[in-house]
Ligand binder design. Structure first.
Ligand code: ATP
Ligand code: MG
Ligand code: MG
Ligand code: MG
Length: 563
């Protein structure tokens, strides 16, 4: 590609709207432009990156036995009503009407639609397992769209769905996807750490998020420096506060129940612990009722807060069975804990909870991680979940550390939630009707474009990993007015292109300084400079963008060496 013809309007000044480095660099490099809040246009360079990311994802999805499809953006209200999410998505969902006044959703995700689709086509166990995926535009009217492509209102997602006969099948699909994600992020050249994610009220289900660690990340990850434990703090994990970090790792925490104990003080006494060691508060919405688990020191104060937040008149103690059913099977749910359940009947509480947020609140299915300040106005809202500084690892007892992350992928065992709601069943070998067991797996494709930049840049610009770079080689001729240099540049461009190298050729009449600056900004991983040394020594300079290491190569051999 000749840069003189490339549509990449670079900016000299820092754009005011950009709060984070990666967003600033993509705007300055002429990669993207904002059309409206959270809505972006991808210019040629960004689109090439998007396509390369998509291609890698497609290859790995195919390898994991998933087939690519394309579902509509416009989805009838009926499927969303069947799952209950027409309500629970609240203002996060973009809605539209046709000329007859029929309501539609602009898909924020596709569990409902694909379940309805598979329901109508898959009747027999012989058609299972089935894995389908798409790369497609999603719409979410985020409470706070920001940081450019990181939190858009229109964005590209890869979403995959697995359909299995039973839990065992789901297990296989889940880990096949998990491993595919590991390969995808490795191939994209980014470091994405898998962390335990919240499973909402789906007790027993499993979920992981893939996080790119970055200070500007909107998720907080608690991780253990001693074992492999790492979790999004959205996840309702029970942890125990330790006053002083232990010298030795504590022995693994046990699951303890305190039936009969109705207050934290009573539970603490039953466990032989001081009450201030019991610290975690959790809210779940399960089976149409809100279950609040209070395990922080001051039960009375907590109860008052819950009443205030939920506006609930009646607080009812949950029985052991409810608590066990809701939390007992959760992975990693361990620790010398006391649990007090408070149960509300639901409409009222769910509505109140939703009002306290934007409506993207914890619902009783596929969990949408809700984050105060990011997803709703935190004023007057008491965050009942966050793990705090000083909490210890629920696995080994070492003091937890905290880091910020950008969620770039999410794998989730859905179970039969959607298949039951939408009637997606199959007949097994014995002719019995059974619900299909599902999983869902997302990757933020457009978010990744920017998250990669956030992880890979320096003070002068972007540094693309080779696998996703818009071009592989940036060829610069320092002075196009010198016929000898121009000819060398033209020849090298032709030759490299012929050999299949993706070359961006800076054939502009600009000064060398401008070209070098732009090349650093655009971030193509290798630069080839045709300049003074070409004229004087017959050499071109082969430069690595990341290290700035320069390697002189004889012009005559350059095409062969580089290709
Ligand atoms: P977040 O916690 O950042 O709001 P999410 O948990 O709501 O994300 P999922 O429903 O798990 O998102 O969607 C799958 C993936 O889609 C996410 O892992 C993320 O990479 C991407 N994604 C979600 N919301 C956005 C958005 N507003 N803009 C860009 N990408 C997004
Ligand atoms: Mg979200
Ligand atoms: Mg999330
Ligand atoms: Mg998620």
């Amino acid at each position: 590609m000749r840069q003189s013809a490339l549509y990449a309007p670079t900016l000299r000044e820092d754009p005011k709207e950009a709060e984070v480095t990666s967003h600033r660099l993509l705007l300055r490099g002429g990669y993207v432009r904002q059309v409206a809040s959270g809505v972006y246009a991808y210019l040629p360079l960004a689109y090439r990156v998007l396509q390369k990311i998509s291609r890698i994802i497609e290859e790995e999805m195919d390898r994991a036995g998933a087939q690519e499809i394309l579902l509509p953006v416009i989805q009838p209200k009926e499927v969303w009503e069947a799952s209950g999410r027409w309500e629970t998505f609240g203002p996060l969902m973009f809605r539209a009407e046709d000329r007859h006044g029929r309501p539609f959703a602009l898909g924020p995700t596709h569990e409902e639609l694909i379940t309805a689709l598979v329901r109508d086509e898959v009747r027999s166990y012989k058609r299972l397992p089935l894995r389908l995926y798409q790369i497609q535009t999603k719409f979410r009217d985020e409470y706070r769209p920001r940081f450019g492509l990181l939190r858009g209102r229109e964005f590209l997602m890869k979403d995959a769905y697995s359909f299995d006969r039973d839990e065992e099948g789901l297990e296989e699909s889940y880990w096949a996807m998990y491993r595919a994600y590991e390969r995808i992020f490795r191939r994209l050249g980014v470091e994405a750490r898998a962390v335990l994610a919240d499973t909402g009220a789906m007790g027993g289900s499993e979920s992981h998020e893939f996080m790119i660690l970055a200070d500007i990340g909107e998720d907080t990850i608690a991780y253990c420096p001693q074992c492999d434990y790492a979790a999004n703090v959205e996840r309702a994990e029970v942890v125990v506060r330790e006053e002083a970090p232990p010298e030795e790792p504590m022995e693994p925490l046990r699951r303890v129940r305190t039936p009969g104990a109705r207050t934290v003080a009573e539970q603490a006494a039953a466990l032989g612990l001081p009450p201030e060691k019991i610290i975690k508060n959790v809210v779940y919405v399960a089976d149409g009722e809100v279950v609040v688990v209070l395990v922080r020191g001051d039960h009375e104060a907590n109860e008052a807060k819950v009443r205030r937040v939920l506006g609930a008149e009646t607080l009812e103690m949950a029985d052991e069975e409810t608590i066990r059913r809701t939390f007992g099977a959760g992975p990693g749910f361990v620790g010398p804990i006391g649990v007090v359940g408070v149960r509300f009947f639901a409409d009222h509480a769910v509505r109140a909870l939703r009002n306290a947020s934007t409506g993207a609140n914890r619902d009783d299915e596929h969990f949408l991680g809700v984050n105060p300040g990011r997803d709703f106005e935190p004023e007057g809202y008491y965050d009942l979940r966050t793990v705090r500084e000083g909490d210890v690892c629920p696995k080994c007892g070492a003091p937890l550390r905290f880091a910020r992350g950008i969620e770039v992928g999410h794998v989730f065992k859905l179970g039969t939630k959607y298949s039951e709601a939408l009637g997606a069943t199959y007949l097994d070998e014995e002719g019995r009707e059974r619900p299909i067991v599902m999983g869902s797996y997302g990757i933020g494709v457009s978010r990744l474009v920017q998250a990669i930049v956030e992880q890979s840049h320096d003070e002068d610009g972007i540094i693309w990993p080779l696998s996703v770079a818009p071009y592989e080689v940036h060829l610069l001729v320092t002075n196009m007015a010198e016929p000898e240099l121009r000819e060398a540049g033209e020849r090298l461009y032709e030759e490299l292109t012929r050999r299949g190298v993706e070359v961006l050729y800076d054939d502009r009449p600009d000064r060398a300084g401008v070209k070098f600056k732009d090349a650093d900004l655009l971030g193509i991983p290798y630069h080839v400079v045709v300049g003074a040394r070409t004229r004087e020594e017959g050499l071109v300079e082969w430069k690595e963008r990341r290290t700035r290491a320069v390697d002189p190569i004889p012009l005559a051999e350059a095409a062969e060496v580089i290709a």
